[in-house]
Unconditional design. Structure first.
Length: 172
């Protein structure tokens, strides 16, 4: 026969085990600014840089990343709970590595694309969240630096899209 203190200890142990899982939730837990949002509209981004045609590329990349994540459904503005307004503010190329024996010539460049993301209510344009996100990549120099930079831009935009969707769905 068990004593009263042993029964109390077992009860407290069971109570501790059961309350240890009290804060756990199943499924995605959206950040507070995205509570109640299940559908998102992503209109074409605005491009304030001199780099042509990256607005459509950035918009489609972000839409694909949101769809791949699966937390939110991408819809039109008329059905959306929130609207993602994107502005491409800069595309910067910086020297990463010089050629051996010639410090003036570059062997590798870093490429950074900065996009300002605003999450707004669809009808009121009330700001829910905002963040500047920088997508980075690097590329090696060959015969045509401009073509190589043009080929590296989608990689930098993809990096920014992954960071943004993480911010959107997880708050990071």
């Amino acid at each position: 026969m068990m004593g009263r203190s042993t029964v109390k200890q077992i009860l407290f142990l069971l109570l501790g085990c059961l309350t240890g899982c009290a804060g756990y939730t199943l499924g995605p837990t959206p950040p507070t600014y995205m509570r109640g949002v299940s559908r998102i509209a992503v209109p074409i981004f605005r491009n304030t840089t001199v780099t042509p045609d990256i607005d459509a590329l950035a918009t489609t990349t972000v839409i694909k990343q949101i769809q791949q994540d699966g937390t939110y459904q991408v819809t039109g503005t008329d059905q959306a709970d929130a609207v993602v307004v994107g502005t491409i503010s800069s595309v910067e190329r910086t020297k990463a590595r010089s050629l051996q024996g010639n410090v003036l010539a570059s062997a590798e460049f870093n490429l950074r694309v900065t996009i300002n993301f605003r999450i707004e209510r669809p009808n009121t344009a009330q700001l829910m969240a905002q963040r500047n996100i920088e997508g980075d990549t690097s590329f090696f120099v060959g015969n045509d630096i401009f073509t190589q930079e043009r080929e590296a831009i989608p990689l930098a935009i993809q990096d920014a899209a992954v960071q943004f969707v993480s911010f959107l769905s997880e708050g990071w």
